[in-house]
Design a protein around this ligand. Structure first.
Ligand code: TRP
Ligand code: ZN
Length: 869
């Protein structure tokens, strides 16, 4: 063990993909009996096991108090096994084993939100992905051990709700004010999908008939007052069930589907078989209490967890290195679902914005890893933007290349081959290949190497020959832990426009294209390549990576005028938006003139307001300070970026002021019939209002105040409040107080109240300290912590030193209490090394000081990686 070289994480804690071995025993069935008491919980388990390979019988267990253990009916003594903090090992076990254990656990004092834990005074829930089940009972807690679960849950009758996975077989009383239920889950599953819930909750019920005629009881459990906020989620659930039948041929397989809402949750939601557990923020949706963006997110997370039933549960991962097998595919599926719910262009814009704001920076810094890493210390640290979002992009690329029909043939083959199995990324790509008849094996390179490829392209028009030549080159930054980087297959969706008429050249015409270009997608899979288009009668403007057909950094030598042309004439909404972003980035980072962008906006928006108001609103997006910072690799000076960004916003407000006012006054979301259109109008109105206020229009604050008061819609109310508060309007204080009084009992709305103030562009140390010492600030609720830390992160300047210390203090505080969250919050600082001095050294010193103060693998691994640049 080389402790000196690696002071925090001991070298031997690293797990390697290459060391994968099959489990020595399979578990045919497990019978669980969970008895919840106020000061402890008893867990009795019976495992029926069969030997598969030679080796010891290994059961993982953590923080379990072992009361008794018998093997094939014979009690074992401490000499019969070896037990340490992580596992119980039995050498020379027979080939057939019935193992019975009794353990005591303490959910009432479990603050880590992993395993079985108390989530408020009236609720106990589980979170077992990835390795929480070992905190409930001794078990081969790994995803390639699949078993049939029978669960008995027993608790005091003050907890009327007793749930577990599968079908309810029996319910009754045990005397002494206690009762129980027994559940059988017929489908084999890995332990990370086990769930149980004990609590006092109300329920919203509905039902759904599958394409196979199965009648499924649908239930969403939440506290009584939140039940009215569960209807949108219920509709989204039924919609998801239909969508998966229609698009992937996948009907649901049990007679019930339950969702339980809790605010004590580290992530968004969890796909436990037939018994999803959700963060309240991802299930409660109501125009009065949550924003339009939150409502969209609820629908996509409902779909995500539902889609896991086939991509994750029926077919699961062989080991945790394969996490992106289920997550990347399921995110791709939920993104596709959401494209049907709103402007498809905007859905894509928002998904790519997340990718560029989180995954690209992650992949260019010390936490960079392949979508399928080949080693880790703590798997919880790998629930990352790379695994989820880049993983989704890989699937999208293959789907783009294959087209709808062949992609479906590929997924059909995957389900046919692997239903009921625990598989790898290779299995997925092989099934897609076999089903579609198209060799996709080169896409495995994407899964196995880190970094965002740079795609350089150049175009040349030959007027005499009427040809247009495009040459491509790809490259990848070297990575110490992953040498031997290879060229990846990059589907480049493209279009050529006639620069004089604005019309698109007919892409499918064989007269225009050489081999290799099909349906507007060119597969570039070499280090360099050149393609030629013929019959190009006038100088073209090329649009590349339409709909963001590959997760790469494109460099193309556009003129500003060509980009303005694309804003106006490109028919792919995503690329319209991309052109505005490139223009704005040039203005901000390279000092280009803002006029070209302003003119393009004036030419484009009026038509778009009717057609797609949400897209119109997105064309006003100005890249955030955080995103701009992530584009700078050294000597980053946040203050300078903030000043430039403010100057641009001022220019835009000045030049577009009148336009904004007219647009604001003309728009009325209440005239829209569809939610998606109304949402677009609200988004556009809020941006117009923001611009008006920045311009110093005296009327703007009054308009905002009226908007705040005269609405029952959270997006309108919050948008107006933000304008008042961020501009320190005379009405700001009272309106903030009014918001607090209206929503003080609505946790999700109150999160917004915290977030908005934490993200105030002129926040001060005092104003942040006020928030974190507020009686409603709560270090036990991840949502509340994030409402302040997320707000702070949006504004990297004024409270700089304080914010850094805030993240470090949180990581230290959470290190033992909730290491999953502590580690994630610390990752916000991962690009510290790009800062200009003296900030760079300040953060480094603070991070180094933290090293000796943390114990968890989670925080230690993150800290170690962050300091290894
Ligand atoms: N599998 C969950 C999802 O993506 C992720 C998840 C929920 C999770 N809770 C977690 C991961 C806790 C790690 C720890 O749908
Ligand atoms: Zn998921």
């Amino acid at each position: 063990m080389n402790i000196a070289a690696n002071p925090v994480v001991e070298a031997d804690q690293t797990v390697y993909l290459k060391d994968y071995e099959k489990p020595s025993f399979a578990v045919d069935s497990i019978n669980l009996d969970i008895q919840v008491y106020t000061d402890h919980t008893n867990v009795n388990a019976t495992l029926v096991m069969k030997r598969q390979t030679a080796g010891d019988l290994v059961l993982l267990g953590r923080d379990l108090e072992l009361k008794s253990i018998t093997l094939n009916g014979k009690p074992l003594t401490a000499n019969d096994y070896s037990l340490d903090a992580e596992q119980l090992m039995i050498a020379n076990a027979p080939d057939e084993v019935i193992l019975e254990t009794e353990v005591i656990i303490h959910p009432e004092s479990n603050t880590q939100l992993e395993g079985l834990y108390q989530a408020g005074s009236d609720l106990f829930v589980t979170q077992n992905e990835p390795e929480g089940f070992r905190k409930i009972t001794f078990y081969p807690d790994r995803p390639d051990v699949l078993s049939v679960f029978t669960t008995r849950v027993e608790a005091d009758k003050k907890f009327p709700v007793l749930l577990a996975n599968g079908n309810l077989m029996e319910a009754g009383e045990t005397g002494e004010g206690r009762h129980y239920t027994i559940w059988e889950d017929p489908t084999k599953k890995p332990a990370y999908l086990f769930a149980c819930v004990v609590g006092d909750l109300a329920v919203l019920k509905d039902s759904y008939v599958t394409s196979e005629g199965r009648n499924v009881a649908l239930e969403i459990y939440a506290v009584e007052k939140d039940i009215p906020k569960c209807h949108i989620a219920m509709e989204a659930l039924k919609h998801s069930m239909r969508w998966d039948e229609e698009h992937y041929g996948r009907p649901y397989d049990l007679d019930n589907y339950m969702i339980v809402a809790t605010s004590a949750f580290n992530m968004g939601a969890m796909e436990n078989k037939g018994l999803n557990i959700f963060n309240t923020s991802c299930v409660l949706a109501d125009e009065e209490f949550t924003t339009d963006a939150a409502i969209m997110r609820v629908q996509s997370v409902i779909a995500h967890e539902y889609f896991h039933n086939w991509t994750g549960n029926r077919i699961t991962c062989r080991d945790w290195f394969q996490l992106c097998l289920k997550e990347g595919l399921t995110v791709f599926r939920d993104q596709s679902f959401s494209e049907d719910l709103q402007s498809a262009a905007v859905q894509r814009i928002d998904d790519v914005a997340v990718l560029k704001a989180h995954q690209f920076p992650e992949d260019s810094g010390p936490l960079s890893h392949p979508p399928r890493p080949d080693h880790f210390v703590e798997i919880n640290n790998f629930y990352t933007a790379t695994v989820y979002e880049k993983g989704a992009e890989i699937n999208r690329m293959m789907s783009t290349l294959l087209g709808k029909e062949k992609f479906r043939q590929g997924t059909d083959e995957y389900f046919r081959r692997h239903d009921g199995q625990a598989v790898t990324v290779e299995d997925w790509v092989a099934a897609l290949t076999a089903g579609s008849g198209v060799d996709l094996s080169a896409f495995l390179i994407w899964y196995n190497q880190p970094g965002t490829p740079k795609l350089e392209a150049q175009g040349e028009y030959n007027a005499a020959a009427q040809t247009y030549t495009l040459s491509f080159k790809q490259s990848l930054k070297a990575h110490a832990k992953y040498p031997n980087l290879k060229a990846v297959p990059i589907p480049v969706a493209l279009a050529l426009f006639n620069a004089e008429t604005g019309e698109q050249y007919a892409l499918n015409s064989s007269a225009l294209f050489e081999n290799g270009v099909k349906d507007g997608v060119y597969l570039f899979d070499q280090d360099t390549a050149t393609i030629e288009f013929t019959g190009v009668t006038a100088k073209p403007v090329v649009s590349l990576l339409r709909n963001f057909s590959a997760p790469v950094n494109l460099e193309f030598n556009y003129s500003d005028e060509e980009l303005a042309f694309l804003v106006q004439y490109e028919t792919n909404g995503f690329n319209q938006w991309q052109a505005t972003q490139t223009l704005l980035e040039r203005i901000l980072l390279n000092g280009h003139d803002a006029e070209v962008y302003i003119q393009a906006i004036k030419n484009t928006i009026p038509d778009l307001v009717e057609k797609d108001p949400l897209l119109a609103s997105r064309l006003f997006d100005v890249p955030s300070e955080g995103y701009l910072g992530s584009r700078i690799d050294a000597d980053y000076k946040p203050v300078e970026i903030q000043e430039k960004r403010n100057a641009l916003l001022n220019t835009l407000a000045r030049e577009l002021g009148e336009f904004c006012k007219a647009t604001y006054l003309a728009l009325d979301p209440d005239l829209q019939k569809e939610f998606s259109q109304a949402m677009g109008v609200r988004a556009l109105k809020n941006i117009m209002l923001t611009m008006l206020a920045r311009q110093g229009d005296s009327e703007a604050f009054d308009l905002a105040h009226v908007q705040y008061l005269n609405t029952g819609n959270m997006s309108e109310r919050l948008g107006a409040l933000k304008v008042l508060v961020w501009n320190d309007a005379p009405q700001a204080k009272d309106t903030l107080a009014d918001f607090y009084n209206r929503f003080k009992d609505e946790a999700l709305s109150l999160d917004q109240w915290f977030m908005l103030q934490a993200a105030h562009p002129k926040a001060t140390v005092e104003s942040i300290q006020y928030l974190i010492s507020h009686p409603d600030y709560d270090l036990g609720t991840p949502n509340r912590i994030r409402s302040v830390s997320g707000g702070l992160n949006a504004n990297p300047v004024n409270t700089w030193g304080f914010a850094v210390q805030h993240y470090i203090d949180l990581a230290k505080y959470l290190d033992e209490k909730n290491p999953i969250l502590g580690s994630r919050l610390l990752q916000v600082l991962s690009r510290w090394y790009t800062l200009a001095e003296p900030q760079r050294s300040d953060v480094k010193t603070a991070l180094e000081a933290l090293k000796s103060q943390v114990k968890s693998k989670n925080v230690a691994e993150t800290l170690n990686s962050m300091l290894s640049v």
